[in-house]
Design a protein around this ligand. Structure first.
Ligand code: G
Ligand code: G
Ligand code: NA
Ligand code: MN
Length: 254
């Protein structure tokens, strides 16, 4: 419970931060969105990765206050950027399956958008494939309420779950994010390229946009663009950045 206690304290004391990774138009390199990623710098100054604390937050229920904070903080940052530089850049926030089940997300999202004076279209909510598939009927209803705020819905880490394709059609999903396990190193692996092709074709059929994760080289970016993928993120563009560095990139690339 040591980490749970420390995490509770960090949330209360405002010690969590968000970093922002750009999502770019593969054809033009323009930044179309940023994905907000939680960061926790521990008492000893060391970085505790989300892979360590998000599971603790989920098991303890702390993901509910953490998730509310992330939505508010990401939109607050976007509103600050808007006052300095006019753009239509969107903010993508990760939503845990536990939040989706336990919290009343739609009113929280609507109220955060109103507080920061932002149109719903500026917000993307990223949900993992396994979370959405776990309870497709219940989730479809929650997603429809979320979409009524104007926000768009992305299915994160697509290809790693066990998607029943019928569910994909039932859920109001706007964007498929191709998991980075199929993208990183795809130039040297024909199976990965075949899977990426299949996902792109499926997305086109279902009228969904596509974002490829884990793009580490310009070769991969060019190949994905040629295959018909529209957007991408990864170290080839930028790693997750502090709010100030992300803002500078936004101004430089738009
Ligand atoms: O930045 P890093 O690769 O360490 O992030 C790993 C994962 O942690 C992300 O892919 C994401 O799924 C998860 N994550 C990061 N920030 C948040 C957050 O604010 N909420 C939730 N639910 N998950 C997050
Ligand atoms: O899908 P998820 O939300 O878990 O992805 C976010 C995480 O992926 C972040 O923690 C980020 O540090 C990591 N990441 C982002 N771009 C790349 C990349 O190009 N390569 C690899 N290996 N990891 C990346
Ligand atoms: Na994500
Ligand atoms: Mn992802």
């Amino acid at each position: 419970f040591a980490m749970e206690t420390a995490l509770r304290r960090a949330i209360d004391a405002g010690q969590l931060q968000l970093h922002y990774q750009p999502i770019c138009d593969l054809a033009t390199g323009r930044v179309i969105a940023f994905e907000a990623l939680a960061r926790w710098v521990g008492e000893d100054g060391r970085d505790i990765p989300p892979s360590a604390f998000i599971p603790v937050a989920e098991e303890s229920g702390l993901i509910v206050p953490l998730g509310r904070w992330a939505i508010d903080e990401a939109l607050r940052t976007l509103a600050v950027w808007d006052r300095r530089f006019s753009s239509t850049v969107q903010m993508a926030v990760n939503i845990s399956p536990i939040q989706l089940q336990r919290d009343c997300l739609a009113p929280i999202v609507a109220s955060a958008l109103a507080t920061h004076g932002l149109a719903g279209e500026r917000l993307k909510l990223e949900l993992t494939e396994s979370a959405l598939i776990a309870d497709p009927d219940g989730n479809a209803e929650t997603l429809r309420a979320l979409k009524a705020t104007g926000a768009t819905i992305a299915m994160d880490d697509f290809g790693t779950g066990y998607s029943n394709l019928a569910y994909l059609q039932k859920l109001p999903i706007d964007i498929l994010k191709i998991d980075r396990s199929f993208v990183t190193g795809m130039m040297a692996d024909r199976d990965k390229i075949a899977i990426v092709r299949a996902i792109l074709s499926l997305a086109t059929t279902l009228g969904m946009e596509t974002v490829a994760e884990g793009i580490e080289t310009h070769d991969v970016a060019q190949t994905l663009a040629a295959l018909g993928c529209t957007y991408g993120q990864g170290y080839a563009y930028a790693a997750p950045l502090s709010a100030d560095a992300a803002y500078e990139l936004l101004v430089a690339r738009n």
